[in-house]
Design a protein around this ligand. Structure first.
Ligand code: SF4
Length: 351
């Protein structure tokens, strides 16, 4: 029996350019950009400085790509509310990227994306941004529950969040959704409901940042008052592996699970899951669920045990999970190491 790998082999290379708090009209209670981005001294947004910094940043990367020969790098404006910046600032930043596009000599950028809030989305303006090279918007939705959005004073409703996703798609841009599970008042069931919305809205990509309490963010006070509890690794593993399975089934790429590992962030995290191998743990767990379904089906169909399983080589490092913790479960399914063969094909085979 053959079956396809659950995900696509090709991964984008995302080059983040952080504009901490640029365009933000408020400080969200969980946000601490100075720790998340590693940029220690935050200055108010200054267009001239930022376009210069962007040019230097891209030029330095261009020199590096001459040896790497990677012409499919996607630039991402992260860390702020890009579409709430003054219009001329948005266009100036996009124009600065133009000489680095891969349609010009020595260019290396294939796409440009930005992150923003759902209440800073306007269809006609998105069409203008698209004509200046923007190809994707990642919306920091955080949750589709009004109760959670109100608890963290996010300033928009679930209905607005859903509508913003639709506007992005209708303007011809790719949509990315960012969720922040485990915010105050959020239950695991609410998170599963959020995943249901993701499934319905079908974004191109999904980012999951499990809530972290960062020193200096307002959330620290909420957490100290014991108004919410941080979910533990086993619970996050169950919930996020559901997210991974849903994403595979719906061809949604999960770009990241957890925040980027910045040394400053690690020092400043006072509560919350900041496991360096979180992505691997979740993917392995989801892969186990995916393969188990096929094995159960195979056994029911053929009324026989598995003699051999052929697995795409790229799963070799994650099949048995972090510290081989899933090996015993595979054994209960009749899959021992000697029955596994990793191969170069991008599909599985059971016999
Ligand atoms: S979460 Fe987003 S909108 Fe809120 S302060 Fe941080 S960057 Fe700005």
């Amino acid at each position: 029996m053959f079956f396809n790998a659950p995900d696509n082999k090709k991964k984008e290379t995302i080059l983040p350019f952080f504009l901490p708090y640029a365009g933000c009209k408020q400080r969200c209670i969980f946000c601490a950009q100075e720790k998340q981005t590693g940029i220690k001294t935050l200055k108010p947004f200054n267009l001239k400085d930022e376009t210069q910094r962007l040019d230097i940043f891209l030029s330095a990367y261009q020199k590096k790509t001459q040896t790497l020969k990677n012409k499919n790098v996607e630039l991402a404006f992260y860390g702020g509310t890009f579409t709430a910046l003054p219009n001329e600032a948005q266009l100036a930043l996009l124009k600065t990227t133009q000489k680095y596009h891969n349609n010009v000599e020595n260019g290396f950028l294939s796409n440009i994306r930005c992150s923003t809030r759902p209440d800073s989305i306007e269809k006609d303006w998105l069409i203008t941004l698209k004509s200046f090279g923007l190809s994707m918007i990642e919306l920091g939705i955080q949750s589709f529950s009004d109760e959670v959005l109100n608890a963290v004073r996010r300033g928009y409703s679930a209905k607005q969040a859903i509508s913003a996703c639709e506007i992005v798609k209708n303007s011809g841009l790719n949509l990315g959704i960012q969720l922040l599970p485990n915010l105050p008042r959020q239950t695991p069931t609410m998170f599963l409901n959020d995943l249901d919305w993701v499934k319905r809205l079908k974004p191109k990509s999904l980012r999951l940042y499990p809530c972290q309490v960062i020193k200096g963010a307002e959330l620290e006070t909420v957490w100290q008052k014991k108004e919410f509890k941080i979910w533990n690794l086993p619970l996050i593993t169950i919930l996020f592996s559901q997210a991974q399975l849903m994403a595979w089934e719906n061809k949604i790429t999960i770009i990241r699970m957890g925040l980027s590992p910045e040394p400053e962030l690690e020092k400043a995290t006072i509560a919350g899951l900041n496991h360096p191998a979180l992505g691997q743990i979740i993917r392995s767990q989801a892969l186990l669920a995916f393969i188990s379904q096929k094995i159960i089906y195979y056994k029911a169909l053929h009324k026989s045990k598995i003699n051999k399983i052929f697995i795409p080589k790229r799963y070799q490092g994650e099949l048995f999970g972090h510290a081989n913790k899933l090996e015993a479960i595979y054994q209960t399914l009749g899959i021992t190491r000697c029955k596994i063969k990793f191969w170069q094909n991008n599909f599985f085979m059971l016999n």
